[in-house]
Design a protein around this ligand. Structure first.
Ligand code: TXA
Ligand code: MG
Length: 321
């Protein structure tokens, strides 16, 4: 990096009316703001302002070929940006607002900054369920582009402190509304007339999508060559802690920080009752803790693959890659 990065004093502001108004003012001025959603904290900026979007990429150190998700507050806003086919319409009715992102054809008159989509003819859209993100979209009057609020390649933040640890000095403001409820990034799908392709697993599971639409869900191939990557963020080594991670561990070896699931001896238990939703919501916090611990390596117990377990194992496989 030859150009020095701008340096900000980063403030964590408890989410309330005054903080929201200030955040919206920053957004309208072209500044990114970190804001909670129900999945993970996002780094949001005006999706129609190419310089504001460039500031997101700069703060994260994110490669320009990796497009962003745009967040909308209502159906009208979505339809001014993209074209929703019959399948997308069914899924929007069933899962919006919520942790489902749909990759849809971008409208020619969308007014979305070109950098958002990295030149693709499609755009990833989501209507989030978190009041802070919804209010920020409404208050600023803009669709908000927002990737997870972490330095590119590291673990997604589920608490304001995670954002501060990763992007401190690179953003002016973090809206803090406590830990996120879902804990994993949204499910990403491409809705087609006859089927739904799943590009990233999340807490909206294939079973839920099939039930809501009556259409089959095909899970996108896991290992695809770079040129064919459809959700470029799905590159193998992603969501990585800074230490080696050993999967399916029965117990901790020397120098390992052990993350457990169910009844097991460990430093941190994702869910003593072996509840997969609870485990998903605690997963990234556990990885952040393990990363910050004095242990040199991390071990994690095996997690079942049913339901949201599929998404948990997807993130773990990438974290260990
Ligand atoms: O839960 C979430 O989705 C969070 C919150 C903040 O909404 N956001 C998030 O963003 O996880 P990010 O940037 O970390 O992941 C977005 C993913 C990337 O893998 C990106 O490649 C993919 O969405 N994506 C964006 N636009 C796309 C498009 N047009 N086609 C295919 N994939 C796309
Ligand atoms: Mg991310």
């Amino acid at each position: 990096m030859t150009i020095s990065q701008p340096y900000f004093t980063t403030r964590i502001c408890r989410y309330d009316t005054a903080a929201l108004r200030e955040a919206a003012t920053l957004i309208r001025a072209g500044e990114p703001v970190a804001v909670p959603t129900e999945t993970v904290y996002g780094l949001a900026a005006d999706a129609t302002d190419d310089l504001a979007v460039a500031a997101i990429f700069a703060a994260k150190g994110r490669p320009g070929f990796n497009p962003l998700i745009v967040h909308v507050a209502d159906r009208g806003m979505a339809e001014r940006i993209a074209t929703l086919n019959r399948t997308a319409d069914m899924l929007a009715k069933a899962f919006w607002p919520g942790p489902l992102t749909m990759v849809l054809p971008l409208r020619a008159d969308s007014n979305i900054a070109p950098r958002v989509t990295a030149g693709l003819a499609t755009i990833a859209l989501r209507m989030p369920a978190h009041p802070a993100m919804l209010s920020l979209i409404r208050e600023s009057g803009k669709p908000l582009a927002a990737p997870s609020a972490n330095a590119s390649g590291s673990i997604s933040p589920t608490r304001a402190e995670h954002v501060l640890a990763s992007l401190g000095g690179r953003v002016r403001m973090i809206l803090d509304a406590g830990p996120t409820s879902e804990g994993l990034e949204s499910t990403i799908v491409a809705p087609e007339e006859q089927r739904i392709r799943m590009l990233r697993p999340g807490s909206v599971t294939p079973e839920m999508l099939e039930k809501a639409s009556g259409l089959p869900v095909v899970v996108a191939q896991q290992y695809v060559p770079m040129e064919a990557v459809e959700a470029p963020g799905q590159l193998e080594s992603h969501y990585a802690p800074s230490k080696p991670l050993r999967l399916n561990a029965a117990n901790a070896e020397r120098d390992e920080y052990m993350i457990g699931f169910g009844l097991i001896a460990c430093h941190y238990n994702l869910s003593p009752e072996a509840d997969l939703r609870e485990a998903a919501s605690n997963l990234f916090a556990a990885l952040h803790l393990a990363d910050a611990s004095t242990a040199t390596r991390i071990a994690i117990a095996s997690i079942p693959t049913d339901g949201i377990g599929m998404a948990i194992n997807d993130r773990l496989r990438r974290a260990a890659a």
